[in-house]
Design a protein around this ligand. Structure first.
Ligand SMILES: [Zn+2]
Length: 514
């Protein structure tokens, strides 16, 4: 019934397993198990029996469709391995269509997950009579209430963590209300307690904000800590204004490392724009934390800050750049950022008491990314001997995931699969995007097409390789199929079946009793 958690050989902590087991037992029908984990002093058991949680951590893999999860599994732990999210005991399919599009964006989907109301693409925290940018000029629709606002009004701690800009759609939909997601300079003001446009529904304000996006906190004429220009046209330096409002401001890995619970509220802005992709992090000028490090730190701080309090915390953690790598047609960075999200989920699981904490992991939408052909497993995994195999197949890195498709023919020989014109093709590809090559197709191994960093001829196994796309587009697009929703911890058994993504709000509000 239960999988044991493991992470690439990381030792399983007994405490984690015990609390995991407690959390996985449906509270209503197993009082005996509850009794063995009873903690009458804190009332946790009573809370547990009511299907309630003290804390909720919501992980969003931006653009993390199920094909992205499957491909990450192959890359990271092998075809037959299990990621941490594969091991979460409850899951559902989540429908993502928004109020005006079959295939949605991150603003409407996160609004749906944070408010329970489906709205239009590009709109944050406002109801479906709001057009993107109010193009009908008839004013905004209903101002919705977010889960984070309800948590703050209840006296809980609340924070957002993202590898994207902290004013980008996903984190913004936790704390802002605006008809155009691109107005990030205005979004940055809505979380500033001393500003006239402050979102007073946040009560005392966000306790923790960490990610990229410093440009929307720095005036245009000013150069920031890492030599980048600000983007604010109102001349205001929000770094100073947030500090004046009581925030502890940090901008590099060293300052991040010294953060503790006494530093709340925290504003961490680690990059001018989005933070680096996980594999590019060593190139960052000031040094920046990984998503799993930000998650570990945030959970440590919130656990410590709420240890002796009745009210817990709500934390949203976004792997924001899975989406960006896919838009760039670069699968390697999308998958390695997904791998980092998986690590972040583990860092949260091992830090919390799953009998009082609900952890959800989902995506806002998918991408037109797929695994194609009938690629043979790597040689060591084949259950039979083959007559012959080319050395490139035998030496293929990354579990043969990024290479051209090899298959076994009727004579038992491993050969490259060919398209209708006799040209090989890769396992991974996109329906559309910047990876379009034009006709005729060329062998990926000899393809001079520029990779994601502009250098030509990277080859399909290079991290910069842009997988082929069928339709030429400057930016690859989202996809409309359902995404997965995973759950572990208090109330996790509510997550099952096929649901609308607004269910994410319903389940969080329900377990927190909001
Ligand atoms: Zn996107």
């Amino acid at each position: 019934m239960m999988h044991l958690f493991s992470l690439r050989g990381a030792p399983l902590r007994a405490a984690t397993l015990v609390s995991l087991l407690a959390a996985c037992v449906d509270s209503a029908d197993d009082a005996a198990v509850n009794a063995t984990h009873d903690d009458t002093a804190s009332g946790e058991s009573a809370r547990h029996r009511r299907g309630r949680a003290k804390n909720v951590i919501l992980f969003i893999g931006d653009g993390m469709g199920t094909s992205t999860i499957t491909a990450t599994r192959v890359l990271s732990v092998g075809i037959d391995g299990e990621l941490v999210i594969d091991q979460l005991p409850y899951s559902a399919l989540s429908r993502t269509a928004d109020a005006d599009h079959i295939t949605p964006d991150s603003a409407s989907t996160m609004t749906s997950m944070m408010t329970g109301v489906n709205t239009n693409s590009g709109v944050i925290g406002l109801g479906p009579t709001t057009e993107f940018g109010d193009f009908n000029g008839d004013g905004d629709g209903e101002r919705l209430t977010t889960l984070l606002e309800l948590a703050k009004q209840r006296g809980m701690r609340a924070g957002v963590v993202s590898t994207a800009r902290v004013t980008h759609a996903t984190p913004a939909a936790c704390y802002a209300h605006i008809n155009n997601r691109d107005n990030e300079a205005a979004i940055a003001l809505q979380a500033l307690p001393t500003d006239a446009t402050y979102n007073s529904a946040l009560a005392g304000g966000l306790d923790l904000i960490m990610g990229g996006g410093r440009q929307f906190f720095v005036p245009k004429a000013v150069v920031d800590e890492e030599g980048g220009a600000g983007a604010r046209t109102d001349g205001r330096d929000l770094r100073a204004e947030y500090q004046a409002a009581g925030y502890h401001y940090v901008w590099n890995a060293q300052q991040f490392a010294s953060l503790g619970h006494r530093d709340l509220p925290v504003l961490g802005l680690f990059d001018r724009g989005h933070m680096e992709y996980e594999i590019d992090r060593p190139t960052d000028l000031g040094g920046e934390p990984s998503l799993s490090e930000m998650t570990a730190k945030s959970v440590d701080i919130f656990e410590r800050a709420t240890r002796f309090r009745r009210q817990g915390y709500f934390l949203m953690v976004e792997a924001g750049r899975i989406d960006h790598a896919h838009h760039a047609g670069n699968a390697y960075r999308a998958l390695t950022d997904t791998e980092e999200l998986d690590r972040a989920v583990w860092e949260a699981i091992r830090r919390v008491d799953l009998s009082n904490t609900l952890i959800l992991v989902t995506a806002d939408h998918s991408h037109v990314f797929t695994m194609a052909g009938y690629p043979l497993r790597q040689a060591a995994e084949l259950p039979y001997p083959v007559a012959s195999a080319p050395p490139e197949y035998l030496a293929s890195p990354h579990n043969n995931l990024f290479d051209v498709v090899y298959d076994v023919n009727d004579s038992g020989e491993v050969v490259k699969s060919l398209d209708a014109k006799g040209v090989p093709y890769t396992v991974l590809g996109y329906h559309n995007g910047p990876g379009y090559r034009g006709a005729p197709r060329v062998d990926p191994a000899a393809d001079p097409f520029a990779g994601s960093t502009g250098k030509p001829g990277a080859g399909p196994n290079h991290p910069d390789y842009r997988q082929e796309a069928a339709v030429p587009l400057g930016s690859e697009t989202h996809a409309g199929e359902d995404v997965a929703l995973f759950a572990v911890g208090a109330g996790a058994s509510l997550v099952r079946g096929t649901v609308k993504n607004s269910f994410v709000f319903d389940v969080m509000a329900s377990v927190l009793g909001l």
